[in-house]
Design a protein around this ligand. Structure first.
Ligand code: FAD
Length: 479
């Protein structure tokens, strides 16, 4: 009799949970076990800032699925509060510690999937362990932050780091009535954006009462009067708060993989192929713990986002079940809401291209309304589109505005995935009614402007044989 395959998944949130569910869909006989050292699986980390801010009032809403649902709906065994401590690749077994009892046991596998995520960075600065300094990664973290605010009647918060989580926390702490200061090492907020696109975001934060201290790396922390925590910066500035949130990025969880001799890449993530397989043919890895190639630059990168983690989990499940699915790489499509402003980006930024020594690109800016100007309530969207100069291929986009931003970035993100050019954006047929857009959508405008660069010889015709630009444009028109 054929024995069922044993699939063990370490980590049961975005990457791990979607891998487990997909494995079940592909093989109803497999034994599937998800092991997580935390108290919950499949929880919404993306909702945590909003739980701190009381937008999500009931903590239970953060639990997308639990062990009982996995068992009843998918026949998947979930073991929370169990930490995988070692991988024995020779015998194909893992060592697991049951955290409540301390019992250590072994579990054999045919396929092992590592989805351990990333840890919030906590640099070894003086005073880093003072009470009142928090990171936000898990439900217990968010609970601790809420409890501290209530117990200490906190009035002032210092947020270290002006990335997505830092800005979401700023908005939510202001919502809770705290005065917020953001301290950021770089000279801009929102590091994935180019500085000129990030500048209005900073102004918007300040307009909403947030103090922003840029180009101010943190040097350490000390206790201040009345239980305050004082953040000292490298420029000798001091910011006092009743609570400090560290939001300075994450570090892939690679401890298990490293000790097991799995390859770690140059960016510090577990190295995998396009089927999420590590250098061990029986071990896969997905999510924030891995590094993967950037679709635009081709270089390895670590981008912690929920969408890619979910898709990677599915690709790993397909590969385990002998299907040919491949992960296409990552382009970092992301969105953030801050005080009514939407900030979104996809693909390469100008500074990212320069860092990768890519010079064949051009950038354009436009500021169309999110819908036609004659219909009440039109809001401008500031868009930056980056495309390859030689053939018009779209490489990246950033957009900021109060409405319609994420829709435009999603269209451009899709175009990038399909190898689209500015000519394709120009020709894109998109839905239109006055309250939603324009007969020429902002995406069409971006394509039109990109397709008519000032530098193109004015006498040139579409499809002229001399310039690659004109040839491609003619081809795109004929398609
Ligand atoms: P995780 O979700 O981190 O899960 C890893 C799990 O593995 C954890 O539960 C951990 O306990 C467990 N684990 C680790 N080591 C072991 C071990 N040795 N044994 C057993 N279990 C182990 N992304 C977006 O795209 N959009 C957003 O709006 C967004 N907002 C976010 C807001 C916050 C506050 C945070 C923290 C993240 C946000 N993200 C967002 C990022 C997104 O949540 C992550 O990219 C995604 O959760 C990564 O999934 P993962 O499965 O790789 O790891």
């Amino acid at each position: 009799m054929k024995t069922s395959k044993r699939i063990i998944i370490v980590g049961g949130v975005a990457g791990g949970a979607s891998c487990a569910a997909r494995c079940r869909r592909l093989d109803e006989n497999a034994t599937i076990i998800v092991i997580d050292r935390g108290p919950y699986v499949s929880f919404a980390n993306c909702g945590l800032p909003y739980y701190v801010g009381d937008v999500i009032k009931d903590e239970r809403k953060l639990l997308v699925a639990n062990a009982a649902l996995f068992r009843e709906r998918f026949n998947i065994e979930v073991r929370t509060q169990n930490e995988v401590t070692a991988i024995d690749r020779t015998s194909r077994e893992i060592e697991v510690k049951e955290l409540e009892t301390g019992r250590v046991y072994r579990e054999p596998y045919d396929a092992l999937v590592l989805a351990p995520g990333a840890a919030a960075a906590r640099p070894p600065l003086p005073g880093i362990d003072l009470p009142g300094i928090f990171v936000l990664r898990t439900i217990p973290d968010s609970r601790s932050i809420r409890e501290w605010i209530a117990e200490k009647n906190a009035k002032r918060a210092i947020i270290i780091g002006a990335g997505f989580i830092g800005l979401e926390m700023a908005e939510n702490l202001v919502r809770r009535g705290l005065g917020v200061t953001i301290v950021e090492m770089l000279d801009q907020v929102m590091p994935p954006l180019d500085p000129e696109m990030a500048a209005p975001v900073r102004q918007h934060l300040e307009k909403n009462g947030v103090r922003v201290a840029l180009a101010n790396g943190v040097a350490g922390f000390e206790s201040g009067p009345d239980g305050a925590i004082v953040v000292k910066t490298q420029s000798s500035a001091k910011h006092a708060g009743d609570i400090v949130i560290l939001a300075i990025g994450v570090r892939p969880e690679t401890g298990l993989a490293k000790t097991a001799g799995l390859h770690i890449g140059e960016r510090g993530g577990i190295r995998v192929d396009n089927q999420m397989r590590t250098n061990d043919p029986h071990i896969w890895a997905v999510g924030d713990a891995i590094e993967i190639h950037d679709t635009i630059t081709g270089q390895p990168t670590v981008i912690p986002l929920a969408g890619p983690a979910n898709r990677q989990g599915r690709v790993a499940a397909d590969a385990i079940n002998g299907r040919p699915a491949k992960f296409r790489g990552i382009q970092g499509t992301a969105v953030c809401g801050v005080f009514g402003l939407t900030v979104a980006s996809t693909g390469a930024s100008e500074k990212g291209l320069r860092r990768a020594a890519i010079t064949d690109f051009e950038e354009i800016y436009l500021h169309p309304g999110h819908h036609v100007s004659y219909f009440p309530g039109a809001k401008p969207i500031n868009i930056k589109l980056i495309f390859r100069k030689s053939d018009g291929r779209v490489l990246g986009a950033q957009a900021i505005g109060e409405a319609g931003v994420e829709r435009r970035i999603d269209i451009i993100a899709t175009a990038i995935q399909f190898g689209g050019t500015v000519f394709d954006l120009e020709e894109c047929e998109l839905c239109y009614a006055p309250q939603f857009g324009g007969a020429k959508d902002p995406v069409n405008y971006a394509g039109m402007i990109g397709a008519s660069p000032a530098g193109r010889p004015p006498a040139c015709r579409l499809g002229c044989a001399r310039h690659r630009w004109c040839r491609d444009r003619g081809r795109a028109r004929r398609r």
